[in-house]
Design a protein around this ligand. Structure first.
Ligand code: SAM
Length: 217
C-alpha cells in the first residue's frame, strides 16, 4: 500500500459504485483473481475521461473489460475505445461483458500481443491512452504510443509505484521483480525528462502517471 490503509478505506467507502453490471463484473474479477483497476484509481480515471472528453481511447490491457466499460460510462457518445488483450482465456469474457453492456459498437477488442498490434495502429490517433498491461514493457511501448497521440493527448499509466517497491533499492526487491523494478524506474525517469511531455506521478492506488504531450516553445 502506498497510501495509509484507513485513508484508502475511507475514500473507497464514499464510492457510489458503477451500476449493477459493472459492480458484478468487478466482484467476479476480484473473486477470480483477475487484476483490475483499483476502486480509487477507477474514480480518478473516470474523472480524467470526463475532463478530457476524448474522441478516441486506446487501452493496452483489457483483462475482462472492466476498465474499458468504466471509461465508456463517462466518455462522449461518439467516442470509440480500442482495447488490446493477449490472454486468450480473458478475451471471451471481455467480449461477453461488452455485449451485456450494449457497448460492442463503441469498443473494439484487438486480440494479440501489444508488441505487434501497436505497430499496426500507426496512422491512427488516440486522444487518451490507458496503459495497463505488462509493466516491464511500458518503456519499450512508449515511443509507439506517443506517435499515436496528438498534441494535448493524455497518457495514463497504471501501477507505476509497484506497491511502494519503486523507492526500494534494487537489492531490497525480490530477485524475480528486479527487472520490472529497474524498467519501471527508467520509464518514470523518461516520462519526467522527455521533451514535449509533461508528467505528474500520483500516489493513488498502485501509483498512476498522467502525461500530456505538448509542443515546447
Ligand atoms: N485494464 C484492466 C482493468 O482494469 O479492467 C486490467 C488489465 S490487467 C492489469 C493487464 C492485462 O494486460 C492482462 O489481462 C494481461 O493479459 C494483459 N497483457 C499483458 N501483457 C500484454 C501484452 N504484451 N499484450 C497484450 N496484453 C497484455
Amino acid at each position: 500500500m502506498i497510501v495509509n490503509d484507513r485513508i484508502t478505506a475511507y475514500i473507497q467507502s464514499l464510492d457510489a459504485g458503477n451500476g449493477p453490471l459493472l459492480d458484478s463484473i468487478e466482484e467476479e474479477a476480484l473473486a477470480d483473481c483477475v487484476p483490475i483497476i483499483r476502486r480509487e484509481t477507477s474514480a480518478f480515471l473516470k474523472t480524467l475521461i470526463a475532463l478530457k472528453r476524448p474522441q478516441s481511447i486506446l487501452e493496452v490491457g483489457t483483462a475482462v473489460g472492466y476498465s474499458a466499460l468504466l471509461m465508456s460510462r463517462v466518455m462522449p457518445e461518439n467516442c470509440r475505445i480500442t482495447t488490446i488483450e493477449k490472454y486468450e482465456k480473458r478475451i471471451p469474457a471481455a467480449r461477453e461483458h461488452f455485449k451485456m453492456a450494449g457497448e460492442e459498437g463503441r469498443i473494439t477488442l484487438l486480440e494479440g500481443d501489444a508488441d505487434d498490434l501497436l505497430a499496426g495502429l500507426k496512422g491512427q490517433t488516440f486522444d487518451l491512452v490507458f496503459m495497463d498491461a505488462a509493466k516491464g514493457q511500458y518503456l519499450h511501448w512508449l515511443p509507439m504510443i506517443l506517435e499515436l497521440m496528438p498534441e494535448g493527448g493524455v497518457l495514463i499509466s497504471d501501477n507505476v509505484l509497484q506497491d511502494g517497491d519503486i523507492v526500494e533499492s534494487r537489492f531490497a526487491v525480490e530477485r524475480r521483480n528486479r527487472t520490472i523494478h529497474s524498467r519501471m524506474r527508467r520509464y518514470l525517469y523518461e516520462l519526467k525528462h522527455r521533451q514535449g511531455l509533461e508528467t505528474a506521478i500520483i500516489p493513488i492506488g498502485d501509483g498512476v502517471a498522467v502525461s500530456t504531450k505538448y509542443t515546447e516553445r
